[in-house]
Design a protein around this ligand. Structure first.
Ligand code: BGC
Length: 417
């Protein structure tokens, strides 16, 4: 679909910009980093590029998981109006590369040694048919709990190690009159949480089979049904106003102590960081109960478009800055993620960041690093969207039982494949 839409414009834009004058000293970037923590992280990049004389042309489109941003990107590209780069997730990069609209950063990659420093799990999505088409910015991980420490102390809670422990902890918060679970009722947030629930319920092998291999028997299994049961249980701990709430507002509930915990990717830590909160003192980061040892990841990539020649120097500057070791440390400290290179010291990271770096390394070596289905790394966008839709309908009561949810999930994924 994407290919058909874009193929004509790839040619058209090439022709339209065939004549070029001097290099354009500007980077145009489409992204969905609009929260406080995200904006602070993006400022690190803007600052680095400004030092090299590049102006920043911002194209922000809010919405985690990037659905709205990707709609905007499609329209821009279809009009032959390529940004220098766009924030993208996993399979989306490959889609655009297959449509023939991405640039080729291989020369820069060779000069900078990306082959050696970027882990294979990321190269799978940033290199297409031997060419570097995207610069990975970070590695995020979704199977985390973010907990308000003062509330935890008040209710006498301890780290939950199993799903049942987690439920018991949520019950304690409820008894103390605190909102147990801060959730934003948007499909991508619900599905991001469900990624963790499935890993916890079925274990690493099951998660991989169901959500990376799309194995039919796993998708229709009793374990998947049990996963929906567990999700339904969690939803009983959410406040009545959760529908449509933005993720960063859910994080703010935890930061303020209005809620005990949020299940969210480590971009949530960027919000704690922006609010000057310290892990261990103000908040706690634990792996989602029952998922210790595994990491469900996504990575923000800057997809590099085949821009006209006079804009290529700016693109190379952006790509080089993005993968520099100093930027990888400075940016990810603020963003809540961990570096997309394996050779960046963890010195400047807080305790949660250090744990994130160590967990990623161990999972990568131990074969327990899995792509997030909700976040574009489990399967192509059509499948991910079908998944988000079913999970959300279940959370909001349009799908009533776990049995029905399993049937709908299998059907939706089948149709989308
Ligand atoms: C991105 C993060 C972002 C989050 C919320 C995720 O899809 O990978 O970088 O912070 O959405 O906007």
């Amino acid at each position: 679909m994407l290919r058909k839409l874009l193929i004509g414009t790839a040619l058209a834009s090439g022709l339209a910009f065939a004549a070029h004058a001097e290099d354009v000293k500007e980077v145009q970037m489409l992204h969905w980093w609009t929260s406080g923590g995200e904006a602070a992280a993006l400022n690190v990049l803007k600052g680095d590029l400004a030092k090299e004389g590049y102006a920043w042309k911002d194209v922000p489109v809010a919405g985690g998981g990037g659905d709205a941003a990707m709609t905007a990107l499609k329209a821009m590209v279809a009009a032959g109006n390529y940004p220098t780069a766009s924030q993208m997730l996993g399979y989306t990069v490959l889609d655009y590369a297959a449509a023939g609209v991405m640039g080729d950063l291989t020369e820069t990659a060779k000069k900078e040694g990306w082959d050696k420093s970027v882990p294979a799990a990321l190269q799978k999505f940033s290199v297409y048919e031997g060419k570097w088409v995207a610069a990975p910015v970070n590695v995020h991980s979704v199977n985390w709990l973010w907990i308000n420490k003062a509330v935890m102390d008040k209710i006498g809670g301890t780290e939950p190690k199993t799903f049942d422990d987690f439920v018991a902890l949520l019950d304690k918060a409820k008894a103390a009159g605190v909102i147990p679970l801060a959730l934003g009722g948007q499909n991508w947030q619900e599905a991001t949480m469900f990624d963790s629930v499935v890993l916890s319920t079925g274990g690493p092998e099951f998660y991989k089979k169901a959500f990376n291999d799309l194995d039919d028997a796993s998708l229709k299994s009793d374990t998947m049904k049990k996963s929906f049961d567990n999700l339904a249980k969690l939803v009983t701990y959410v406040d009545p106003n959760f529908s449509g709430r933005d993720w960063n507002l859910a994080t703010a509930m935890v930061i303020k102590g209005d809620a005990l915990v949020q299940v969210m990717g480590d971009w949530a830590k960027g919000e704690f960081h922006a609010a000057n909160k310290t892990p261990g003192t103000d908040f706690l980061c634990y792996r989602f109960p029952g998922t210790d040892g595994s990491v469900i990841y996504n990575s923000d990539m800057f997809g590099m478009f085949n821009v006209p020649d006079d804009r290529k120097a700016a693109q190379v500057a952006l790509a080089t800055a993005t993968l520099s070791k100093s930027f990888q440390s400075a940016f990810n400290v603020v963003k809540g993620s961990v570096p997309a290179r394996t050779d960046v010291p963890d010195t400047d990271f807080d305790a949660c960041g250090k744990k994130g770096i160590a967990d990623l390394k161990a999972a990568n070596e131990g074969g327990t690093l899995f792509g997030s289905l909700a976040q574009g790394y489990g399967a192509p966008p059509a499948v991910a969207n079908a998944y988000k839709d079913v999970v959300s309908k279940f959370v909001h009561g349009q799908i009533k039982t776990s049995d029905e949810a399993v049937t709908e999930l299998v059907k939706a994924i089948d149709d989308a494949k």
